[in-house]
Design a binder for this molecule. Structure first.
Ligand code: FES
Length: 202
């Protein structure tokens, strides 16, 4: 599976749920009518979230029509940005950061865990079709490295034991609790420290 290659299997129709349609209209309202195409990224994100993390051709046409854009313009946008997938990636899409800070802190062990439990190669669906994984560049949470993103949520301060626990839940169709595996709040210091004074090797 290549997430940027259009899937051969496509739904015939796509339209927003009532809730997403309202959200789309709100996004469109943020721009003057003649500039409503500016809402395209927001609408594509809504479409992808609604459709288990990938965008079918019918959704490209649907968004183009809603915004008065040509199909090819929306297609160009979808294929340009790496966060949009054009093939099924599963209900749970695991993106493991492998840029230097995460790599130094053990990202390789996380990708090895993905290989062991999800699929041997990245961008392939698990046997039960619920999950896939891929390596990505820095996701901006380096201070809590290593980390991965699953759908919209970040999972940080990982090691292979925690990663395995998370992945097993996904494969069981359960969504694990996001955040720091060490229970750090945002990027606060470990062990509740609030000062460097008087702490050896702080
Ligand atoms: S290097 Fe992994 S989040 Fe920045």
């Amino acid at each position: 599976m290549n997430m940027k290659k259009i899937s051969k299997t496509q739904p015939e129709l796509f339209e927003f749920t009532e809730e997403n349609y309202k959200k789309a209209k709100n996004e469109i309202k943020k721009y003057p009518n003649e500039r409503k195409a500016s809402a395209v990224l927001a609408l594509l994100h809504l479409a992808q979230n609604q459709n288990d993390n990938w965008i079918p051709v019918a959704a490209i046409s649907y968004v183009a029509k809603l915004l008065g854009m040509s199909y090819i313009k929306v297609y160009e946008i979808v294929t340009f940005y790496s966060m949009f997938n054009l093939s099924p990636v599963g209900k749970y899409f695991v993106q493991v950061c492998t840029t230097t800070p995460c790599m130094i802190r053990g990202a390789k062990k996380i990708t090895d865990t993905c290989k062991k439990h999800i699929s041997k190669n990245e961008k392939e669906l698990s046997d039960n079709k619920l999950c896939s994984w891929t390596e990505v560049e820095c996701l901006g949470a380096c201070v809590n490295a290593p980390m991965m993103q699953i759908n919209q949520d970040y999972f940080e301060d990982l090691d292979e034991i925690k990663a395995e626990e998370i992945i097993k839940k996904l494969l069981n169709d359960e969504f694990p609790e996001p955040g720091s595996a060490k229970k750090r709040k945002n990027n606060s210091p470990e062990n509740g420290r609030t000062t460097l004074i008087g702490i050896k090797n702080a």
